[in-house]
Write a protein that binds this ligand. Sequence first.
Ligand code: GTP
Ligand code: MG
Length: 350
Amino acid sequence: AAATQNLSYERHTAELTNCIIAFLSPILPTEEEYRIKEATRRQLERLAGKVSPGAKLLAFGSMANGFALRNSDMDLCCLIGKAADGSTPPFSASALVEELGQLIREETDFNVMPLPKARIPIIKISRPPTAELPYEISCDIGFENRLALENTRLLLSYAMVDPPRLRTLVLFLKVWTKRRKLNSPYTGTLSSYGYTLLALFFLTHVKRPAVLPNLQRIPPARTLSQEEVLLNGHNIYFYDDVATLRQEWASQNTENVGELLIDFFRYFSKEFTYSRDVISLRTEGGLMSKDNETWTAELCIEDPFQLGYNVSRTVTKDGLYTIRGEFMRAARILTSKADHVARALAELCE
Ligand code: GTP
Ligand code: MG
């Protein structure tokens, strides 16, 4: 009887996996969307060059880390031009926001909102879709945010080690959290970046055998100098030779995405000890204990590079209660509606 049950669970999760892939495929960005966004980035980079000669405008976040859905926002980081000796000249992010914001307003048809006084000064620009450019563009431009570029590269490297499982899991979580309104840091829940770190923690540290290696713990192929691994005092080392990893890292874990997703929801509804533990990807076991000093928030997820920085600091007590309730609902729907998997997925994302 147990064998029959296992077989039918396997069949159920295999079908769920196919349904998730079919569900995601029409909401992934098209080639055209990527082209238009890349053209926009280049147009803005040209303007940034007028304000600070040699400035670069680099994409980070979902447009650059392999976890983009159709019409996602563009996150851009402006690296200001180098001085003749290669150093970064002193700059004021607020002044750059004012100046570049003004220039974009004069020379393009974007709506521009400079936020020079924000904690992290940014320019928000947007443009509604038109007949020729049928994509809404909504973009944040920040300055010299090199840590964000590095954590984007970390996420991209993970995405490339096991693309079918990690990417599918994260993309599904993003759609689901957006549709269920669990993805709004401004109103007490968690950012996409936070959910992505939860998925990475689950696949690297919870699942046995692990689905992913811990890239921050694989030793480098050659000894690296301090300058190479330190960025503003933060250790940003991780093993980034993805070509080698794809050959050598063979996970012993053979679970499909459907099974992993159900397990993810179960783990975060019942097993994870929110009151005691801090999720910390870079560590050996992936967890630290809350200490009542640095780590006092309801949900604690340490940034992979910025030690002591809580990526989930926006999650309130109510927010976490809602999120956990949703994890439970998801686990229930995905396991109980075994006879009609596609309908269960639709209900889950209602
Ligand atoms: P969507 O915009 O929903 O498509 O997701 P996204 O993948 O772009 O994630 P999100 O907008 O949440 O974050 C974009 C990027 O900003 C991340 O990849 C990080 O590089 C950076 N970021 C966001 N939140 C934080 C944070 O709390 N700490 C740090 N260090 N970086 C962050
Ligand atoms: Mg984004």
